[in-house]
Design a protein around this ligand. Structure first.
Ligand SMILES: Nc1ncnc2c1ncn2[C@@H]1O[C@H](COP(=O)(O)OP(=O)(O)OP(=O)(O)O)[C@@H](O)[C@H]1O
Ligand SMILES: [Mg+2]
Length: 510
């Protein structure tokens, strides 16, 4: 008897089918991957299982019994836990308080002590090492994820749902995370993992279920399949191989940073420490590093969101030091932020409104302060077609962004920021959460920008992405650039060492 059976699940949102006749079964001690393009219905299916949505039709059997959960609390009670892509931890509280949050107790003090011990025990057993007394806001994303998993395990679940858990992790963290999953599997847990990375599916899963347009189109045993087959079932075509031959960058400098620093008001370590580099026209500069080593600050200093305290920046020979975000944007500096919900989208506006956010007050969309609706609509329709953005049914470009799938929300921002008018694109984790087809499209767009003599600063935790796109690779560590390498000479291993803070002098070139 399988641990979980979802049979013929159907779910529509105001007439639009998100799930149609979906079947999924998971055994005890199995890691089951759920694969599908952006908007295929993966999150919806898991939200139904976790009691966030109610299915319109179909049946869920858990441990052989027919069940229907009315809330996440209900699902947890029955043994099902879920870690969402956007964590739901309370930042100001400690690890332990987050884990026991919402659980009833008669003797809080005594409970806290036992709970602390239990969390330690679970942590050691599964390699989920965190200090129960640390505050969440001091933890790395990888550590926060461990807390989310501990929180579920502490509630005695048998089935764990993980919605794109590796998107935010570094390669090293992902490896450690997979060790944890293997240990859970050995203990008999059932695990459902959503990921867009085929290499991860091949490495960790036992079986794969593929969703396409809301339907479960295929169930495969991982050992009997290949990445090519998976991609073919998912998108109905093989991916085109990447073009390896690229133009060399042009000699002219586009962006130049000289000794740029951000000091903290009250002293202490600098957030950015004497950053100097140039980006040529026609060049993609990759910025690698473990997240949280100043990459975000670097992006924000270039785009003008943050002010530097020392040094200077120039673009096309003109100083940027006194220019605000909009002035820099008007000169062609564009930003794809990694925190797309916070920085880039207005969730309660429509796709079209979000697409013209940047340009609504100037030509061609606006003349004499009146919005040219037709032009805006046309632009929006083009963006949908170009990026394959899936909106909700009939609403089309009038769909509220809040109602779109995670990946489709990202495509909206990308199509707005990566436009013809940009001459420098600062792109932070541009393909995180995107399916393969969309990632491929973004990569090709960045390469096209480069070939047109424009410049790209590509910040990414995905080393494969960095290696395949960059002309040169700068590695950041603790607010500094610890080395800049030519792509042709760089190896993943060497970049990995730099990422860990080993400087060039210490790496021997034999
Ligand atoms: N609350 C909602 N209201 C209306 N439509 C919704 C709602 N939630 C999801 N949808 C629609 O259902 C479809 C499936 O979305 P879902 O989030 O399940 O996709 P997904 O496979 O998780 O995609 P991604 O890889 O981009 O996260 C999408 O077309 C989405 O717009
Ligand atoms: Mg999703």
């Amino acid at each position: 008897m399988p641990l979980l059976e979802m049979k013929h699940i159907t779910k529509a949102f105001s007439g639009v089918c998100a799930n149609e006749d979906v079947c999924l079964s998971v055994e005890q001690g199995e890691i089951h991957a759920l694969l599908g393009e952006n908007g295929a219905g993966k999150t919806t299916l898991m939200n139904i299982l976790f009691g966030i949505y109610q299915a319109d039709g179909g049946e869920i059997l858990y441990k052989g019994k027919s069940v229907r959960f009315h809330s996440p609390a209900d699902a947890i009670e029955h043994g099902i836990g879920m870690v969402h892509q956007h964590f739901s931890l309370v930042n100001k509280m400690t690890v332990l308080d987050n884990i026991i949050l919402g659980l009833s107790s008669s003797n809080a003090v005594l409970d806290r002590k036992t709970a602390g011990e239990e969390v330690k025990r679970l942590g050691e057993k599964y390699g989920l090492l965190v200090n129960p007394e640390d505050r969440i806001n001091g933890l790395s994303v990888g550590e926060q994820q461990r807390v989310e998993i501990l929180k579920a395990l502490y509630r005695n679940v048998n089935l764990l749902i993980l919605d794109e858990p590796t998107g935010v992790l570094t390669p090293q963290e992902t490896e450690r995370f997979f060790d944890v999953l293997k240990r859970l599997k050995e203990e008999g847990y059932g695990i459902i993992i959503i990921t867009h990375r085929l290499s991860e599916i091949m490495a960790i899963s036992d079986r794969v279920t593929i969703l396409r347009d809301g339907r479960s189109v295929k169930n495969l045993v991982t050992a009997d399949t290949t990445p090519e087959e998976l991609s073919a079932f998912m998108i109905g075509r093989p991916l085109s191989p990447k073009k390896e031959e690229r133009k060399e960058p042009l000699p002219q400098t586009a962006l130049e940073l000289k000794g740029v620093s951000i000091s903290k008001k009250h002293g202490g370590k600098k957030v950015l420490d004497s950053i100097s580099f140039t980006v040529k026209k026609g060049e993609i500069l990759g910025v690698a590093g473990v997240e949280g080593n100043g990459q975000k600050e670097l992006a924000e200093v270039i785009t003008g969101i943050r002010r530097h305290t020392e040094g200077s920046l120039s673009f096309d020979g003109e100083s940027l030091d006194r220019l605000c975000v909009r002035e820099r944007f008007n000169r062609g500096i564009s930003y794809v932020s990694d925190d797309r919900h916070r920085d880039s989208l207005v969730m309660d506006m429509t796709v079209m409104e979000n697409l013209i956010l940047r340009n609504y007050n100037r030509l061609p969309f606006s003349r004499n302060r009146l919005l040219d609706y037709k032009k805006a609509e046309k632009r929006a329709e083009e963006a949908l077609a170009e990026y394959g953005i899936k909106t909700s049914g009939k609403s089309g470009i009038k769909t509220l962004v809040r109602l779109m799938s995670g990946g489709n929300q990202q495509k909206v921002i990308l199509s707005r920021e990566i436009s013809e008018e940009a001459s420098l694109i600062v792109a932070s984790q541009p393909t995180r959460g995107l399916d393969m087809g969309a990632s491929e499209f973004v990569h090709n767009t960045l390469i096209r920008q480069k070939e047109q003599g424009k410049s790209v600063v590509l910040i990414s935790a995905d080393l494969d992405e960095i290696m395949s796109l960059s002309d040169r690779i700068a590695v950041m560590f603790e607010g500094r650039i610890i080395g800049i390498l030519n792509r042709k000479e760089a190896s993943v291993n060497e970049i990995g060492l730099y990422m860990g803070g080993v400087t060039g002098k210490e790496i021997s070139h034999e």
